[in-house]
Structures are given as C-alpha cells and as structure tokens.
Ligand binder design. Sequence first.
Ligand code: PLP
Length: 286
Amino acid sequence: ILVYYNGDYVPKSEATTSVYDHGFLYGDGVFEGIRAYNGRVFKLKEHVDRLFDSAKAIAMEIPISREEMSQAILETLRKNDLSDAYIRPIVSRGVGDLGLDPRKCKTPNIFIITQEWGAMYGDLYEVGLKAVMVATRRNAPDALSPNIKSLNYLNNILAKIEANAKGGDEAIFLDSNGYICEGSGDNIFIIKNGKVYTPPTISNLKGITRATAIELLVERGYELFEENVGLFDLFTADEVFVTGTAAEAAPITKVDGRLIGDGKPGPITGEMVKAFEDITGTTGTP
Ligand code: PLP
C-alpha cells in the first residue's frame, strides 16, 4: 500500500509523522472517510468540501487546493490499483511544540490512506443490527461542534466501548438535550406509519450518505421530516436504519432489548439497502 504524504506516495511504513504533530498530541486535525466503488469515488466533491469546511472551522488552512486534494485522492487509488476501497484523507495541524498554541505548527501534514473495503456489516444487512443507547453524549453544538469531522473522536470511541460491553453492534447517542442524535459512525432514520424522521444536523455530523438517503426517499415519494426524535419514538418505531460511508444503509432491528417493528428489517429500510446496492454495485457482503 502506498500512502499519499504531503505530495509524495510512500510505502505505509514511511508515512509517519513526528510525536510533536498536534494531530497526535491533541487530536488537532480533520479527516474524511470516502468510498470508491468499481473504480469510481462516491461523492468526491462533497467529501472534499466537508474536509475543507472542517479545516476552516478549526482555523486551519490546508496547504493544497480542493482540486489538488481531489486529484491526490484519485491518484492514491490508482497507485494502489484499488477499485472497491475505503479512502481516508487526514490533515493534521502539523509539527509544533508541547504547548497548545497552533501558531507554533508551521504547516499541516496531509495523509491519504486507502485500503480494499466492502460494506462493513456483512450478514447484518439481512437480519439487522442490535443497537444500544449509550451514556456518552455526542459533542454538544456549543462545544466542539459535531459537524466538524475532527481527529477528536473520543466520544465516539467511548460510545463504541459501551456498545461492545453491552453486546451491541452499534451505539446510539443522545444529544445534550436528550434527543436521539446519531450512531457512533452513522446517522439515524426512524419510520412510523410510512413517514420518515431524522434528527436535524445541528447535533450530529452532516452525513453525506444521510443526504443521499434523503434524496432517495423523497424521490420515492416518502414524507421526510428533519425533526427532534425522542427515545419513545425510537423504541416504538416501525423501522429504524442508519446511514454512513462505511455502513451505507443498514437496518436496526433491536434497541436496548426492544424489537423494532416485528424485529425484521422493514420494507422502506429494505428499499434503502437495495438502493445503495444499486448505487454501489455491491451487496452487503464484502
Ligand atoms: N456520524 C458520524 C459520527 C460519522 O463519523 C459518520 C461517518 O462518516 C457519519 C455520521 C456518516 O457520515 P457520512 O455519510 O458522510 O459518511
């Protein structure tokens, strides 16, 4: 595997940064997760735009243009001869000293890592995921905005640790107001009486797969509401599914021991899983 590193393509063992890089010391940096299907990168512009927006929000200037970033992503795929892949661009604040001040960091470091990848949940697209509610809250909008895809993913990791401890496949966060927020790495949709609800993105990541799912649902004539959803709405939903670059669209059939609907992925969820299979040309199994 060759990794893009500040303009060069180097073997992964050489794609290393200093212990003084504030990305390492403080989680000071931003990243993206992108998929390529059959040699084509899905929603490249949207991901590059979100990467630059995340950087802007933390007052970090990425030293290459959006166009150069897009080309570097495509070239990293080509150099590795990958067609179905996951791609991870990372921009860290760069090398500074042990203090917090980012002005000590001269230039951000840019890495692009890629590897072969299929949809992450294997057989679970057919049976559905068991989700658990976690005590960890997603970052509140008045703190480190959850819209920033930053290298600070500790809340998400704590959520994953809770889910693992409880035997869940995915964790669901509440936001600081107690509304349903999102999963540890995906956005959430809830269906009741044929209507679809998803939390507004003030409290969660502005998911690119979420936006695609909304388009697909609206195209199919479903009524879609971006509004606050409570635990009661989640427990009593007919169907629940999550969306994300890694997950695509995946059904949730159990939450904290309660079956969602009849405990099998429902029809609208099925349509979404299928719609993503059609877009990606792959089935759930890697
Ligand atoms: N929410 C979180 C916390 C994420 O890390 C991700 C993954 O990127 C998502 C949602 C889904 O966003 P997207 O569909 O853009 O991958």
